[in-house]
Design a protein around this ligand. Structure first.
Ligand SMILES: Cc1ncc(COP(=O)(O)O)c(C=O)c1O
Length: 398
């Protein structure tokens, strides 16, 4: 018996693959500052839990495949606060944004079809492309340019008969880059010209800094048939374990087809949807203190890291990630070395090596992704440990 080619090819998550080493490190009594995973430490809103506690049905039954009507209404109301007018039937609730990515890939592409994605990109797109057997065609962005998009002609060059979509993520994981409205408008024109879908992962929508505003593809007039949005409450309401997301599109054929995928997995989690209704009903100023906190953390980290002039880092203004190019030979080796052979006063740092966020072989080998999901004191300490680790690592590997 043999397992499938797909099973052999699917990549291990670069975010989680160092976990075995980390467990050993902890067993040795060393404390790890986890900068490797985007698990926010912001408390989940109380209203989420209160709603769940108030649930009084005797049977926890299946819900509708497209999600609870009341949650969809709460989302419609929430989007309206951003001047984005949706109908409930433009939304299908998913089991996390992850399932929305999977539905999007499955609904637009047949095996071997292509989706153009700027790299570095959220690493699980690789996993979902393997599951759907579609090909990610990367467009490499540059740390020196703050990972903004190259000229639109670079995208056009990559379009083939097999291209079905361009996919973006803004604010971006792993780079923290918030795409300019101009960049999104240009992509909008391009997908219209070539009759492609434009998929936008907007799960970090609220997290923008320095007065930067997120521009949604749902704001692009005339793009209604092309636009598919991946959404989630995981980061927005610090509710990663709830597994509630959504796929949003005004394209009726797309939504009808997605509903069939949704029916095949019956329904998203009921209790968590009930909690999410409460979260979505929070006023937008709920995000103010949270974005202030993330901005403060980003500033601290950027200040520490840029004190080493060899580190390439343009201050990103979104999400809660920094992707940075370090003066080291290999970030995979470096990240593992920090866990296995390095500590300062019984403490070390865990980061996500950059290569797993690229699909072009050999790219990202000097980059790491840092998630600033620790409170400022810990973050300061972690940043300084990281600087010292770079120094020590290079002195051992001249
Ligand atoms: C860009 C992006 N999209 C989608 C997801 C998936 O989120 P979830 O499945 O938790 O909603 C994540 C999670 O880290 C992410 O960073």
């Amino acid at each position: 018996m043999d397992i499938s080619k797909r099973a052999k090819q699917i990549q291990e998550s670069p975010i989680r693959k160092l976990a075995t080493y980390a467990n050993e490190t902890k067993k040795r009594g060393i404390q790890i500052y986890h900068l490797n995973i985007g698990q926010p430490d912001i408390p989940t809103p109380e209203v989420f839990y209160n709603r769940v506690k108030d649930f009084s049905e005797k049977v926890l039954s299946y819900g509708p495949s497209d999600g609870l009507d009341e949650l969809k209404q709460a989302m419609v109301d929430y989007f309206l606060k951003y001047n984005i007018a949706l109908n409930k039937n433009d939304i299908i609730i998913t089991t996390g944004g992850s399932e929305a990515v999977s539905f999007a890939f499955n609904v637009i592409a047949d095996p071997e079809d292509e989706v153009i994605i700027p790299e570095p990109f959220y690493t699980n797109y690789n996993g979902y492309s393997s599951i759907s057997n579609l090909k990610i065609v990367p467009i490499t962005t540059d740390p020196e340019n703050g990972y903004h998009l190259p000229d639109i002609s670079e995208f056009e060059k990559k379009i083939t008969k097999k291209t079905k979509a361009i996919m973006i993520c803004s604010p971006n994981n792993p780079t923290g880059t918030v795409l300019y409205e101009r960049e999104i408008r240009e992509l909008g024109k391009l997908v219209k010209k070539h009759n492609l879908f434009l998929i936008a992962d907007e799960v970090y929508k609220e997290f923008t800094y320095d007065g930067e505003k997120h521009f949604s593809i749902l704001q692009l007039q005339g793009l209604e048939d092309h636009a598919i949005v991946v959404d989630s409450i995981s980061k927005r309401y610090s509710a990663c374990g709830a597994r509630i997301g959504a796929i949003i599109s005004k394209n009726r054929e797309v939504m009808k087809a997605i509903l069939k995928f949704a029916q095949a997995r019956l329904c998203p989690p009921t209790l968590e949807q009930i909690g999410a209704i409460g979260a979505y009903r929070l006023p937008l100023n709920y995000f103010k203190a949270i974005t202030d906190e993330y901005q403060k953390r980003r500033d601290i980290l950027v200040e520490i890291l840029t004190s080493n002039k060899e580190i390439i880092l343009k201050k990103p203004n979104g999400a809660f990630y920094i992707m940075t190019k370090l003066p080291i030979d290999d970030s995979d080796k470096f990240a593992r070395w920090m866990l296995e052979d390095f500590e300062i006063d019984n403490e070390t740092v865990m980061v996500a090596p950059g290569a797993g966020f690229y699909s072009t072989p050999g790219k990202g080998t000097q980059e790491i992704r840092i998630a600033y999901v620790l409170e400022t004191k810990k973050l300061e300490r972690a940043g300084n440990i990281l600087l010292k680790a770079i120094e020590k690592y290079n002195s051992l590997n001249p």
